[in-house]
Design a binder for this molecule. Structure first.
Ligand code: UFG
Length: 338
């Protein structure tokens, strides 16, 4: 009998790609999303890729009664929790909104998971490592004090899961993503930022399509080879596949410890300027960009040591940054009807 996985925030960027990979791996997926940060574009894209309609429950995970009702209706073997606010700058301006939403929702989920014996996969972020003392970052690298309420919610939710696993005999995995970019090769699902994008790749694609005038590269005086920041850009489909490996590890009872953390990245540092140049080259276009002052809160260099994920999850990033940047551009063009 196939296993059922709940994907909270499954209509969003990462959630939609994970839903596709889970479903193609044979899992039944139930999507639940309050649609606060997305429309149905990605949900429709998911159904088009899969050639079937998946259940989409429109609900807010801060609503305890709604969460209870969801778990009463379905029997989930595992859940993946994506539903959260994710804008770093907004979290600094509106900390209460971030704490209330991101913590309440996860507490309700953990309560339900405890009652129903559901395996929990939490979507965490490299933001928990802050400005690392050493690169690449391993799972043993110390977590630094969070530099934003958003980052703080990621650290706190990791701790909630760790403590619940220890106390209630549950099983949980936290996946720490580095910088997820790109889109599904079908160009039917991808990133849909609301308003002006904060993240680099959507800003690049929107500049290339003419929606934004010019990309600002924030800082070219960092102590890096070309002066711009170094990041670990991970292809969204590669990232999604890591979730399938982690869910399978949990539902098949293959975990070494009841709570595990894995870094999900490529292990390959790429500078902002290198990324911009690769985008121009692979898509044969010229991007309007200029150097601008550093952005407050940016770390100089952070990239993953993904060897634990390879060893334990049997997962490894496979796509080149060029392939990923081509997929991001194909998605932007499709959105523009070009
Ligand atoms: N950048 C620019 N111009 C832009 C946008 C970004 O030069 O218009 C640069 C940034 O300064 C940074 C790099 O591109 O050097 C990547 O920036 P992103 O905003 O795309 O990604 P971050 O590394 O800042 O953010 C990621 C995740 C967040 C997470 C954060 C903390 O997207 O969710 O890491 O590590 F919180």
């Amino acid at each position: 009998m196939s296993k059922t996985v709940l994907v909270s925030g499954g209509a969003g960027f990462i959630g939609s790609h994970v839903t596709v990979e889970l479903s193609q791996a044979g899992y039944d997926v139930v999507i639940a999303d309050n649609m606060s940060n997305c429309d149905e574009t990605n949900y429709k894209g998911v159904c088009a890729i899969l050639g079937k309609t998946l259940p989409l429950i429109k609900m807010d995970f801060c609503d305890e009664a709604a969460v209870k009702a969801l778990f009463a209706k379905y029997r989930f073997d595992a859940l993946i929790h994506f539903a959260a606010f994710k804008a770093v700058g907004e979290s600094v301006a509106e900390p209460l909104m971030y704490y209330k939403n991101n913590l309440d929702s996860f507490l309700n989920i953990l309560q339900a998971a405890r009652e129903h014996g559901t395996n929990v996969l939490f979507s965490s972020s490299a933001t928990v490592y802050g400005e690392p003392d050493e690169t690449p970052v391993t799972e043993q690298s110390p977590r630094k004090p969070a530099t934003s309420p958003y980052g703080n919610t990621k650290q706190m939710c990791e701790d909630f899961l760790r403590d619940c696993v220890a106390a209630y005999g549950m099983h949980g995995i936290a996946l720490c993503y580095f910088n997820p970019i790109g889109a599904h090769p079908s160009a039917l699902i991808g990133e849909l930022p609301r308003g002006v994008p904060n993240n680099l790749v959507p800003f690049i694609t929107q500049t290339a399509i003419g929606k934004r005038e010019c990309l600002s590269i924030f800082g070219n005086d960092y102590p890096t080879p070309d002066g711009t920041c170094l990041r670990d850009y991970i292809d969204i489909v590669d990232l999604a596949k890591a979730h399938v490996c982690a869910v399978t590890r949990m539902v098949e009872g293959k975990m070494d410890e009841p709570y595990e953390i894995f870094n999900i990245g490529t292990g390959r540092p790429v500078s902002v300027l290198e990324l911009v140049n690769s985008f121009q080259k692979v898509n044969a276009l010229k991007l309007n960009y200029r150097f601008a002052p550093r952005r407050e809160g940016d770390v100089t260099a952070v990239w993953a040591d993904p060897s634990l994920a390879e060893k334990k999850l049997g997962w490894k990033a496979t796509r080149t940054v060029e392939e990923t940047l081509a997929s991001a551009w194909a998605w932007e063009k499709r959105l523009a009807g070009k």
